[in-house]
Design a protein around this ligand. Structure first.
Ligand SMILES: *Cc1c(COP(=O)(O)O)cnc(C)c1O
Length: 501
């Protein structure tokens, strides 16, 4: 398997190179040159295996430059070591008379990002060795809330790595902020940035490709990589759970072999739903991929009309991890849908940068409409779905998954499609206790931890220990800086020569 760039099809590199580097030099994203498929009967075989067995089969098709042993080691360290409840990263819960919930938040930071970010450090350290190595890999992260904490936990005290996380100062929930500002570890730094997530992400991408900064790092044997979903090493572990969920449905007799299902995904940067797209094109029988957005509904419009236009209001919502107007991973989908046309993709991305919008040709729009459905809802409507899911199923939704539930129900009503549907459940409701409590109609205390206790009283769903502990945790990182100062923050953190902090 070789990988190329969405903006330069002349590039042919191995998976380790893409994982070590994160993003291609000209700013494109790495993609496999072809999407590998499952053989006849392979899904049925995989349905007899556990999560690690299924993951091994998927990984082996993409990471052909890793040995079987390297892949197994990485998978066991990430998923077989008590890092996820019962060592099951993808718990599938059936709501009687409703959709299936693919709970991806049973890991250390209570969001689906753990599934990829627990394994990425293992893949990355091996990738750095394979590619001739630097002394230190510097992971730069822009986070809309959940990636930051999951990446910090994944990379904390991993030899040969240092991690810097930037988050928008007013764009994350209180619990998310506390999760990051109290982060432990000797190779970590966290900093709030004034502005929204798009500003932060754009600034991080610029630092990544800044040749001056890269040269300074290189002098000290250091190089950047990314733990954002622009890194293919993030996407791959996410493909696995879509494959695995289908296999679980097969194994449980919920579907017949070959039967199609829908996936509904609460979407921001388009990474998670793109992984579902890859799973489909590997051979998982999928009817529709339903893309759910909050009030930042740029993707809903795009998937319906073929026109991407980020020139619109930016809303700060109760589902902060989806408050995004520039969905990076869409670039990978565009590459696939234009038959790998790097010139066309570069053109769209230039237009996006210059005027904030672009339009895809009708042929691409036809494929988008064929494979995807899309919808959005605001905080009020997401709140209604939290309330009704709790009343109907005694099931607590977090604010992101609630958007997906609402959009799915709207889709099912509009189309009459009765295909069995899996909703990606992306965060534990206790990450957003005040919003969830308010949605089910109870008085909301000012304090997140009090709200969590109240939520426990009514739901009896246990509060994750790792969130409960935050109440006593010491804040280590309180910096708030301007976007213009991110570059120097990075340099002073990375190039500090004195005694290690
Ligand atoms: C990151 C995140 C999303 C959005 O996922 P993308 O891959 O960025 O589309 C949705 N829900 C939660 C809880 C998240 O943390």
């Amino acid at each position: 398997m070789k990988f190329t760039s969405t903006r330069n099809s002349g590039i042919h590199v191995e998976s380790a190179y893409t994982i070590a580097k994160g993003i291609s030099d000209e700013g494109g994203l790495f993609v496999p040159e072809t999407i590998p498929g499952f053989g006849e009967g392979e899904l049925a075989e995989l349905s007899k295996l556990d999560y690690i067995g299924r993951a091994k089969a998927v990984f082996a098709k993409y990471l052909t430059d890793y040995t079987d042993e390297e892949i197994s080691d990485a998978l066991r360290s990430a998923y077989g070591n008590g890092k996820f409840e019962n060592d099951i990263p993808d718990q599938l819960v059936k709501l009687t008379g409703g959709p299936y919930m693919l709970e991806l938040w049973h890991g250390s930071t209570c969001a689906f990002k753990d599934v990829a970010l627990q394994i990425l450090p293992h893949l990355l350290t091996k990738a750095v060795q394979k590619t001739g190595g630097v002394k230190e890999t510097v992971i730069l992260v822009a986070t809309s809330g959940d990636t930051g904490k999951a990446a910090l936990e994944g990379f904390r005290d991993v030899d040969g790595t240092r991690i810097i996380v930037f988050y928008p100062s007013d764009g994350v929930s209180a619990m998310q902020k506390l999760q990051m500002s109290t982060q432990t570890g000797n190779n970590v730094a966290v900093c709030a940035v004034k502005g929204n997530f798009d500003d932060t992400q754009t600034a991080v991408k610029k630092i990544f490709t800044d040749s001056g900064v890269k040269a300074l790092l290189a002098e000290q044997g250091k190089a950047f990589s990314s733990a954002n979903s622009i890194n293919f090493g993030r996407l791959l572990p996410q493909i696995v759970y879509y494959v695995s969920a289908y296999c679980t449905m097969l194994a449980d007799g919920e579907i017949a072999p070959g039967e199609k299902i829908n996936y509904t995904v609460p979407t921001g940067n388009f990474g998670n739903i793109l992984a579902a797209y890859y799973a489909k094109h590997m051979g998982v029988p999928v009817n529709k991929l339903i893309c759910a957005s909050n009030s930042n509904n740029v993707l809903t419009d795009f998937l319906r009309t073929g026109r991407y236009n980020k020139n619109r209001n930016f809303y700060t919502t109760a589902s902060p991890s989806m408050d995004i107007l520039i969905s990076s991973n869409l670039e990978r989908l565009l590459y696939l849908l234009t038959d790998c046309n790097d010139k066309a993709v570069s053109g769209f991305m230039e237009e996006l940068q210059e005027s904030g919008e672009y339009r895809v040709p009708d042929s691409v729009l036809a494929s988008l409409r064929d494979e995807f459905d899309a919808g959005w809802c605001d905080d009020d409507d997401a709140g209604k779905s939290i309330k009704s899911a709790f009343a109907e199923y005694s099931y607590l939704l977090d604010t992101h998954t609630a958007v997906a539930m609402r959009v799915y129900e709207e889709y099912a009503g509009r189309t009459g499609d009765a295909t069995k549907t899996i909703i990606a459940s992306t965060a534990n409701p206790y990450k957003f206790p005040r919003a969830v409590l308010g949605a089910i109609g109870l008085p909301v205390p000012d304090d997140d931890f009090e709200a969590a206790e109240k939520l426990f009283e009514v739901s009896r769903q246990p509060i994750p220990e790792q969130l409960r502990r935050l109440k006593e945790a010491k804040v280590r990182f309180a910096d708030v800086i301007d976007r213009e100062d991110m570059r120097s923050f990075v340099l002073s953190t990375v190039l500090s020569t004195g005694g290690e902090a």
